[in-house]
Design a protein around this ligand. Structure first.
Ligand code: SF4
Ligand code: SF4
Length: 161
């Protein structure tokens, strides 16, 4: 058995915990929440600190100090697990699901297959947009489960979350 199958999440070492992240960058996308239903809608707008080439945070060590909207994964899991995409390994394990077939841990650490989940090719950094005329609703997307394929457009019946 692998460590993620036999250990509880709070029993994992720091290294094991960090290795769960596939580096998709989806958690760093701007999200919108429906006031009435609490449903979460993802946009393809990325945090100003997300490097869209590597899909890594440019300020990882200082992220909570520099970006007020940045939330630790553990806090997210404890209070708002649906703020993470369904494909996220942390959310998968938290909900008792398996890691996606393309997860790097299933492929000797290679991120090659995990690239299908990466936001890099289609995200837009909020840094590149005019904040005064920014309409997040124009950037809404949804994901189709764990397979990493994103579907464009807003669909009231099949939204994420
Ligand atoms: S959504 Fe999950 S797997 Fe993807 S970058 Fe964020 S924490 Fe890592
Ligand atoms: S500060 Fe870094 S980790 Fe936090 S949302 Fe932005 S890019 Fe992601």
């Amino acid at each position: 058995m692998t460590f993620w199958e036999k250990k509880k999440m709070d029993e994992m070492t720091v290294e094991e915990w960090e290795s769960l992240c596939d580096g998709c960058g989806r958690c760093c996308l701007v999200k919108m929440e429906d006031d009435e239903t609490g449903k979460i809608y993802f946009t393809r707008l990325a945090c100003q600190f997300l490097d869209l080439v590597s899909c890594r945070c440019e300020i990882y060590e200082n992220r909570f100090r520099c970006e007020v909207s940045c939330l630790a994964v553990r806090d997210c899991l404890a209070h708002h697990p649906h703020w993470l995409p369904e494909s996220c390994a942390y959310r998968c394990l938290h909900e008792g699901r398996k890691l996606p077939d393309w997860h790097p841990l299933r492929h000797g650490g290679s991120r090659e297959r995990a690239m299908i989940a990466s936001v890099g090719p289609w995200a837009v950094s909020v840094m590149d947009l005019d904040p005064l005329h920014l309409d997040p609703e124009a950037f809404l997307i949804r994901f189709s489960g764990q397979d990493g394929i994103e579907v464009w457009g807003y669909d009231d019946e099949e939204e994420e979350g």
